[in-house]
Design a protein around this ligand. Structure first.
Ligand SMILES: [Zn+2]
Length: 340
């Protein structure tokens, strides 16, 4: 990971110590090191899951020179985190626009910290994976452990904006999905309840919508940092799938990442179609599902028992899609881009 700090001289400057508090926060959150289960309603204890990712600052710059993984630049641009060039590029992500160029976006998570006007954090969609615009923007008042001298640190003061944005970076949508209704599949994750309310602050348990109790403590909510407490097993699995597939160049060592592709398929893609080819001895019953990165279910059908299962992708919007094949006890996932 590399942290680009782009600030005006008159702002409260982000120190190395504060960057360390941010790294500690995401590592604790992604590995479940905070023993905060007592704050999580018992109803959800069986759903708690952790991806077990460990994040480290880059120790080499793009030219191979030793580095701390931190870049600091002064700017004269107001709210550079929300500034765009005329052709729609985010200024903070480019030297030529007064920001800071990404370091190898395929093998390094780029995080830009700069003042914003309309959001605390923003992650580039998965479609931009590996491009110069891939990465996350965080506003300084939501970065790391915010000193109490900074005004109103209450809702974003514990550094969990980056936890939430990393969830997006690894393919998660908000718990409520692409819209706040009960009649679609929400976020495409099986073990997060359907939800039609967007919660803020720290609502008391229980909060019910769509006939079930909502997971207001999930990291993929808009509630305050102090009550964002867990990912689910399904979310952790989705993030590991995205890491192992679209973002596999980020993996330095995989001791802690379980790869569970036990089913074996060859995926062939051509203009307008996707073919799933069974490899030997996998003729058992299986379901194929495809989600988009907002978590909407695009397709859900039984896998043909014949060798090749063809999916027509004509007229699909250009986007990244996540395919998963599940049988009674194993799973296979594959991420692909379709649509032209
Ligand atoms: Zn979000």
């Amino acid at each position: 990971m590399v942290i680009h700090i782009i600030q005006r001289p008159n702002e409260v400057q982000i120190t190395d110590a504060r960057i360390q508090t941010q790294m500690d926060r995401i590592n604790r959150d992604f590995q479940g090191l905070d023993d905060n289960r007592s704050l999580i309603p018992e109803l959800f204890h069986e759903n708690i899951g952790f991806p077990n990712f460990e994040f480290v600052l880059a120790d080499e710059d793009p030219n191979g020179r030793p580095s701390e993984g931190i870049i600091r630049k002064q700017t004269s641009i107001n709210n550079i985190g929300s500034a765009f060039s005329r052709d729609g590029k985010e200024a903070i992500k480019f030297n030529s626009l007064g920001g800071s160029d990404a370091w190898h976006p395929d093998s390094c998570i780029n995080v830009w910290v700069g003042a914003t006007t309309d959001f605390f954090g923003f992650a580039a969609p998965l479609d931009l994976a590996g491009t110069p615009e891939d990465g996350i923007i965080i506003s300084p008042e939501a970065f790391g452990l915010v000193p109490t001298s900074v005004e109103e640190p209450v809702s974003t003061g514990l550094g969990r904006t980056l936890t939430h944005e990393l969830g997006h970076y690894f393919g998660l949508s908000h718990v409520w999905g692409s819209d706040t209704t009960c009649d679609n599949d929400g976020d495409g994750i099986e073990d997060t309840p359907e939800q039609e309310v967007i919660y803020t602050q720290c609502p008391e348990f229980p909060q019910v919508s769509c006939n079930s109790s909502d997971m207001t403590n999930n990291y993929m909510q808009f509630t305050n940092d102090e009550c964002l407490l867990f990912f689910t097993n399904g979310q952790a699995q989705r993030m590991r799938d995205v890491l192992n597939d679209v973002r596999s160049d980020l993996i330095v060592s995989s001791n802690n990442v379980q790869i569970e592709d036990e089913l074996s398929f060859e995926i062939r893609q051509s203009l307008g179609s996707l073919e799933i080819v069974r490899e030997k001895n996998t003729s058992n019953f299986a379901i194929v599902s495809i989600f988009n990165t907002s978590g909407q279910l695009i397709l859900n059908e039984e896998l043909n028992s014949v060798n090749v299962h063809t999916i027509d992708t004509n007229n699909w919007p250009r986007a990244v899609y996540i395919l998963s094949i599940l049988d009674a006890n194993s799973r296979f996932t594959h991420t692909f881009t379709a649509g032209y």
